[in-house]
Design a protein around this ligand. Structure first.
Ligand code: ATP
Length: 454
């Protein structure tokens, strides 16, 4: 197995070439750091979110789903502390007029002297840092006045807290229980970049787990491990994943403990997901600002309390990027270079490609019959264009785990070859066996063949 050959440039190029992700508004020259997802990118991200929903809701009975509005009452952001404190330190350069995040200067380049960070070029003249609020402001209704100000949500979490009472009254849950939400969030990042790692519009997957105060630490530990395991089960190599506890000076105002799950991206170890012990900060803040009681009354014990909250907060785009990076591989096969995405089969945009060897002799018809039989159980693609080698390469590049080839023998005995993306092993199977075999393989545990490579 060759060493890890992945770079961010290779991922960006593959994503563009195979239609996963494009720079947005490209025909107008692009809009910095915004991206559009194409067919395979949508399917991949959809699968990431689907696996998150599966782990959070389908596989357990103590978490319910929510989809709250992006636009919320401005008081939500006053209560949460975002209006006053959701800021990053901003510096301007008086020479080049560019703006930078003061706490990221070491990772950035001076536009005039790219070998140096901003502030260290010969002509740099940086201002003092000042707080810049990351929330996007907009106006609700036709009149632009101060009373109509609203914000695009910078996180999905607050939509969960303000619905705590609604959910408690209909979901018939008692702490410990959770509310899960996936959706778009918006942050006017000072320095977005590194492809979809940091953008101004992105999707989050957040879950707030409400627990009796005395159980907070135990659930904090539980969720750190559960979320770490989720990435590993979906194929991320454990030696590229770490749980890092925040130092006391890194903690947010609401948090008594936070750990980041970090992935070793080509840009270095970076946050994939944060798991925080938020205590009773949020429910208390919203109770105070709204006048509503946000607490739990246990009828069995007569006890009344404000639950504490454990929050695993992940990014769908960042997770999709990590899965792509971890899966990317190149190898030489029979003297030819191939690029392959060794994605977990459940994350792969397409699970099986059905390929007639030639476009005649009844082969396309049988191939289409197989597609129709498999379509109800998994994402399948029919491809008859180009040489068989070229078609395999195309499927390897989008991470399709199985190739089903129809050939002249298929017409005689209704068998096909099943090609494995990673081992390249080919086996002969009866067409009727395909649905059962593929469904079993899709459900089986999987680990990356890149494991152990550098
Ligand atoms: P960072 O330190 O990278 O700015 P954060 O600590 O502010 O992230 P959280 O507020 O904890 O991030 O958000 C939870 C998750 O949402 C992050 O772990 C990340 O996966 C995702 N996320 C946050 N900001 C962005 C962004 N600008 N672009 C893409 N994903 C993001």
């Amino acid at each position: 197995m060759p060493g890890d050959v992945v770079t961010m440039d290779k991922i960006v190029a593959l994503c563009k070439r195979r239609g996963f992700v494009f720079p947005s508004s490209e025909i107008y020259g692009g809009l910095g750091s915004t991206y559009d997802y194409g067919h395979y990118g949508v399917l991949l991200k959809q699968n990431v979110k689907g696996e998150w929903w599966r782990a959070m809701v389908q596989d357990r009975d103590d978490i319910v789903a929510l989809d709250s509005a992006i636009l919320q009452h401005p008081k939500v952001w006053e209560a949460s502390g975002h209006l006053a404190g959701f800021t990053d330190p901003l510096v301007d350069c008086r020479t080049c007029t560019q703006r930078f995040r003061a706490d990221h200067l070491g990772d950035l380049q001076c536009p005039r002297k790219p070998s140096k960070p901003p502030g260290q070029g010969p002509d740099c003249d940086l201002t003092d840092a000042r707080d810049f609020n990351l929330m996007f402001e907009t106006h609700v209704g036709p009149v632009k006045e101060s009373a109509s100000v609203a914000y695009l949500r910078p996180e999905t979490a607050q939509g969960i807290f303000i619905n705590f009472k609604n959910v408690l009254s209909f979901a018939r849950k008692k702490p410990p229980f959770g509310i899960a939400q996936v959706g778009k969030s918006f942050r006017n990042e000072i320095t977005p970049g590194n492809f979809v790692f940091r953008t101004r519009e992105f999707e989050q997957m957040e879950m707030e787990f409400f627990v009796p105060p005395g159980e907070a630490q135990q659930w904090f530990e539980y969720w750190q491990q559960a979320r770490y395991d989720w990435y590993v089960e979906l194929g991320i190599r454990p030696d590229h994943l770490v749980l890092r506890a925040h130092e006391a000076d890194e903690l947010s105002h609401y948090s008594s403990g936070t750990s980041d799950i970090e992935y070793r991206f080509p840009i270095g170890w970076s946050e994939l997901e944060g798991v925080a012990n938020r205590g009773d900060f949020d429910l208390k803040a919203h109770a105070e600002h709204s006048g509503e009681k946000l607490e739990y009354f246990d009828q069995a014990t007569g006890e009344r309390y404000v639950p504490h909250v454990i929050e695993p907060a992940a990014g769908a785009d960042r997770a999709a990027l990590a899965f792509l990076v971890d899966a990317y591989d190149e190898e030489e096969v029979a003297g030819e270079q191939r690029t392959v995405l060794r994605l977990h089969p459940r994350l792969a945009p397409v699970k099986a490609a059905v390929l007639p060897l030639v476009r005649k002799d009844g082969q396309p018809e049988i191939a289409r019959e197989i597609v129709a039989a498999l379509r109800p159980i998994l994402a399948v693609e029919y491809d008859e264009g180009g040489s068989i080698g070229k078609r395999y390469r195309r499927q390897d590049e989008i991470g399709t785990p199985w190739g089903i080839t129809v050939d002249h023998q298929t017409l005689e005995d209704r068998t096909v070859t099943l090609r494995d993306r990673d081992s390249l092993a080919q086996e002969r199977l009866a067409i009727d066996e395909l649905p059962g075999v593929l469904a079993r393989r899709l459900a089986a545990p999987w680990s990356s063949p890149k494991l152990g490579a550098a």
